[in-house]
Design a protein around this ligand. Sequence first.
Ligand SMILES: Cc1cc2nc3c(=O)[nH]c(=O)nc-3n(C[C@H](O)[C@H](O)[C@H](O)COP(=O)(O)OP(=O)(O)OC[C@H]3O[C@@H](n4cnc5c(N)ncnc54)[C@H](O)[C@@H]3O)c2cc1C
Length: 354
Amino acid sequence: MYRDGVQVARTEMALPPDVPYGFTALPQYTTERLLAEELHRHGGRIERSTELVDFSQDADGVSLRLRTPTGDEVVRTAYLVGADGAHSVVRKGLGLSFAGDAFPEEYMLGDVVVDWTMPPGYAVRCTRRGPDGAEDGLVAIPLPGRGRYRLSMLAPPELRRPAAGGSADGIVHGLEAGEPPAVHHLQAVVDRLSPEPATVSDLRWSSVFRISHRLVDRYGIGRVFVAGDAAHIHPPTGGQGMNTGIQDALNLAWKLALVVDGLAASSALPLRVHVVVAPELGAAFADAGEPCLVDSAGDLAAAYGMRGGDAVLIRPDGYVGWTARPVTAAALGAHLAVLTGVLDLSESPGQVPQ
Ligand SMILES: Cc1cc2nc3c(=O)[nH]c(=O)nc-3n(C[C@H](O)[C@H](O)[C@H](O)COP(=O)(O)OP(=O)(O)OC[C@H]3O[C@@H](n4cnc5c(N)ncnc54)[C@H](O)[C@@H]3O)c2cc1C
């Protein structure tokens, strides 16, 4: 990290060996290829040029109206997961709110080769405060390839677009249409901020983008769900959007699989779920109206390292949000009070199985 051309920090981001994949920076086309291959491996396929126009649901399923190159068709499915991005038709069709706002800044990105003496494999962050007090910044993330980086920085005035830029729903997020940055735009920022003279070349891809912060009020209604950018958009400081979106999908998928396999009732399909091993603990959560999965087969218990009296909460995004090992009346009461906003079982510990 450099401030005003002077190195102020250097962080080694080594991870413990039990973290499976470490830090991986892949170009988007590689990520898309890997995801498509995995989908094919599981028997799925992508139907390009096929648009969901609208949908309706009833107790037994969901009817989708699709627009294809050969005309409209109606498809009936058991469930619908809208992973259709920030302008999601599924989210709008469900009438979910998407509270938040756009950040005023506009940024630009470019995949380029940078000729400098920075050590390979390190991200480089350079900031400088201008005479007007405004912070100017450049972030260079290493990509596979000799000297190749993704540069990210504020867009210059000549590349900026009006805030509502062509978006009918008023949501501005992601790459913007229009003139992409050229090498000279990126070089100008590097000249201003790099701690040493550096040359930018071999521009492979560039774009201007905006960031918003928005979140749905709930992740689904009935048989229809949203995942990924359809459900939440945020800057990278709030989490890597693709990674968090994949975690939504993973978390939803295993729960849907339980329902499809007849192991859970769809009416009880929980997006936030507590997992316990002991059936009597399940009753305590059920009394509080909180979704609870009693893992009698022990699969989840093994995955989460649980014993009989333990409870874990798996959040909608798939993360473990709370653990109690073992559950005490006070801990459970305090936890449920936070979740429900009303219930505090710590006042009546007799309700909680020991
Ligand atoms: C500049 C930039 C850099 C980023 N870098 C990273 C990063 O390094 N790491 C990371 O984890 N995340 C990153 N993100 C975030 C990441 O790109 C998104 O979070 C991620 O792409 C969201 O995936 P998604 O599938 O939910 O939505 P999208 O990627 O928006 O995909 C939605 C898909 O649905 C399709 N679609 C939309 N409407 C319909 C419809 N009605 N019918 C049929 N199909 C439809 C769209 O065509 C699109 O293919 C970055 C984002 C930006 C803007």
